[in-house]
Design a protein around this ligand. Structure first.
Ligand code: C2E
Ligand code: MG
Ligand code: MG
Length: 673
């Protein structure tokens, strides 16, 4: 090492040395960027970039070597043998090209290091061929150990370079790969030069060679031009990639039909707007939906619907105030982000907007009408972040959609709480079954005469981790909406049948089945499977259905019900008398029991008309020979009236509230009705 440094100080022109180091520095940086680039893209691109990188590194290493040679003041006239000098350049290129191809391969973990060794050996070969071409008037002596050391060092450092570049030593180190490559070139040259000893005869003239300086500058210039060309190629490519990526991102955030920001785009705008909000400042988020547009599409087709949406967007755009951002956030929805005005002013602005959007649209001489509905939320009053603000505005919109008389609704925490809860429940419903949050309660059905229990109605409950016990009246419609009812229904059926197995043999279990479940053609098979799995005799199972399910497709419903009945299972018509009661249903469908809705008993104590209706209903049951059970009996007076009217079976809080399975048998088997 000492020899190397002495040699540097004593025998080199410092200006040319600086130039050599400069070429080397720029060269290695460009080379490694190009090498990284050559790792991506298709095969042709990878080969082309490897070629460019090889040209650049060969140009850099060769001109570094040449300028450094010219810096070396041998103290005697020097001559360069042209063929060998060219050969050294070609060697550098071939070594680099083969080495880079190997180092860039993904086939084996050792290939980067191997490629590096090839590059290093190529450089060494270039150096020593170059040295043979360098002919000096004097005696040249080589120090073999330093020659070997220079070759070994070059191979090792170049191997390190490509291992680092490929991330073998950690992804964060990768960007430092030009450093060992510069080390490769510089250590090779200077260790190689230290191995050289030139003895010049005293008669030979000494001093700086001006031709050498000119030559060095020319070579340095060519070398730098090669490096610069490679670097520019890389820069142009990089720029094109950045522009393409930006265009792709922009396209991703834009709605094609209207040219407005899409949901993601508007979300970004909203986040930006909220972030730029000074303390005390407010922002409004307005969501606009074209009401009943699904029907519009069905009636007029998607092409016309698209034109109407584009027209509506143009109208909104025309009415847009400065600093307000408009976006198309859904198929039929728009979002507007803007400053917040005092409520009265905001209302006025939005009412104008509704009337603009709602005025007739002329398309090809035909008039079309759309009905906009608007929901508004305010930052930071309603929510302190973009996601929650959107949720609030959408809740307000939902209220606007539900109320035909109020097309514009501002978010109101109290008014929108029910909707928020519904959304939360709908979200949690999907996993409630697997988390075992459902449980079954049972309410007795009792004979008035003896007070004997004749069966139990299974009533499902949802023990929600946040909201506590949730009533089926609340979550069954949600389960129907999401289709979860099928799985929940299966669970209910099996749980109820399994419980009933433990009860006295003359008790039935009544299980509620939703209209949606009846739409499944395989419902009879599911019922059968539940009976087989639990071992409950079919005669002990009763399925309760509401009338609404018989409205859809009577023929199919009738078919499914007949098949269930053929299993020996009984059918009960639930909630009779409310909704679309029709006597026809009783005539057409094979019911074994009718359950009169609670509303029939609610008023019978004080209202003679209610009592008259009850009387008629019971008489109807007798005429059609269908047993009638009255639901929702709460007082002794009601029971006494029912008994007087000849009703035989009841179910209600008076004779027993719904209780968990464990408490069913703890209750007395007979009730004093
Ligand atoms: P439903 O089948 O008509 O059940 C009777 C409902 O009235 C039950 O409400 C019961 O707790 C309640 N009830 C009974 N006696 C009285 C009374 O004396 N006074 C008052 N105020 N209420 C009484 P619940 O359990 O909240 O169930 C509501 C509805 O949810 C049920 O009406 C039924 O349609 C449905 N449902 C319950 N469990 C299931 C199930 O497993 N599957 C399906 N698809 N629906 C179910
Ligand atoms: Mg029921
Ligand atoms: Mg009922």
């Amino acid at each position: 090492m000492l020899t190397v440094l002495t040699c540097l100080r004593a025998e080199n022109d410092p200006r040319l040395l600086v130039l050599a180091v400069l070429i080397c520095g720029v060269g290695v940086f460009a080379t490694m960027r190009l090498f990284e680039r050559s790792l991506h893209g298709d095969r042709t691109a990878r080969l082309a970039w490897t070629f460019v990188a090889s040209v650049v590194v060969a140009g850099a290493v060769w001109s570094t070597h040449f300028v450094a040679m010219l810096a070396y003041l041998a103290g005697a006239p020097v001559h360069y043998e042209p063929v060998l000098t060219m050969a050294s350049l070609i060697t550098a290129f071939v070594g680099a090209h083969v080495g880079l191809l190997v180092a860039g391969s993904r086939r084996h973990a050792a290939l980067p290091a191997l490629g590096g060794i090839i590059v290093g050996l190529g450089f060494a070969a270039m150096h020593y061929i170059g040295m043979i071409a360098w002919q000096v008037e004097g005696r040249v002596l080589w120090h073999p150990a330093l020659v070997v050391a220079s070759i070994g060092l070059a191979a090792a450092l170049a191997a390190t370079t490509f291992s680092v570049a490929r991330g073998d030593l950690g992804a964060r180190l990768a960007r430092w790969s030009p450093v060992p490559l510069a080390g490769t070139i510089l250590s090779l040259h200077f260790t190689g030069m230290a191995a050289l000893q030139v003895t010049v005869a005293a008669s030979v003239p000494r001093g700086a060679d001006h031709d050498a300086l000119a030559l060095a500058l020319a070579i340095a210039l060519v070398g730098l031009m090669v490096v610069a060309t490679g670097s520019f190629a890389w820069l142009i490519d990089q720029r094109a990639r950045i522009v393409a990526a930006a265009q792709l991102r922009a396209a991703h955030l834009r709605d094609e039909l209207t040219g407005l920001p899409n949901r993601a785009g508007l979300m970004q705008e909203l986040e930006r707007s909220l972030a730029g909000c000074a303390p005390g400042e407010k922002r409004a988020l307005v969501v606009v939906k074209l009401d009943r547009f699904v029907q519009f599409v069905e009636r007029h087709g998607a092409t016309l619907a698209d034109r109407v949406i584009a027209e509506s967007a143009a109208r909104l755009e025309a009415a847009r105030k400065p600093h307000v951002v408009l976006g198309r956030t859904g198929r039929f929805t728009f979002g507007i982000v803007g400053s917040h005005y005092p409520p009265a002013e905001l209302r006025l602005l939005l009412e104008q907007l509704i009337s603009t959007l709602g005025s007739p649209l002329m398309i090809e001489a035909t008039q079309y009408l759309v009905q906009p509905r608007v929901g508004v939320a305010c930052y930071p009053d309603d929510a302190d972040n973009a996601v929650d603000l959107v949720a609030c505005a959408e809740l307000a919109l939902e209220r606007a959609l539900a109320d035909p008389l109020r097309p514009l609704c501002l978010y109101d925490e109290w008014q929108d709480a029910a909707t928020r809860r519904r959304h939360a429940l709908a979200g949690d419903l999907a996993t409630a079954l697997e988390r075992g949050e459902f449980e079954m309660h049972y309410q007795p059905q009792v004979l008035i005469e003896s007070g004997a229990v004749i069966g139990q109605e299974a009533l499902i409950r949802w023990r929600h981790p946040e909201f506590g016990m949730v009533s089926p009246a609340e979550f069954i419609p949600l389960a129907e909406h999401t289709g979860m009812i099928v799985a929940i229904g299966d669970w209910a059926l099996r749980t109820a049948c399994a419980a009933a197995r433990q009860w006295p043999d003359d008790w039935r279990v009544a299980v509620n089945v939703s209209p949606l479940q009846l739409r499944q053609p395989d419902l009879p098979e599911r019922v059968h499977a539940a009976l087989i799995a639990t071992g409950l005799p079919p005669r002990r199972l009763e399925i309760e259905l509401t009338e609404s399910l018989l409205l859809d497709d009577r023929t199919r419903a009738l078919h499914v019900l007949r098949r269930i009945r053929a299993l020996g299972v009984r059918l009960a018509l639930d909630d009779f008398g409310v909704g679309y009661s029709s006597l026809d249903v009783l005539r057409q469908f094979p019911f074994d029991k009718v359950k009169l809705d609670k509303s029939f008993v609610d008023d019978i104590e004080g209202n003679p008309q209610a009592r008259a209706i009850l009387h008629a209903m019971l008489a109807l049951g007798r005429t059609l020979d269908i047993p009638v059970l009255v639901e929702g009996v709460e007082t002794d007076r009601q029971l006494a009236i029912l008994r007087a009217e000849g009703c035989r079976k009841v179910q209600g809080y008076l004779t027993g509230r719904p209780v968990p399975e464990g408490e069913v048998l703890a209750e007395p088997l007979c009730r004093s009705a």
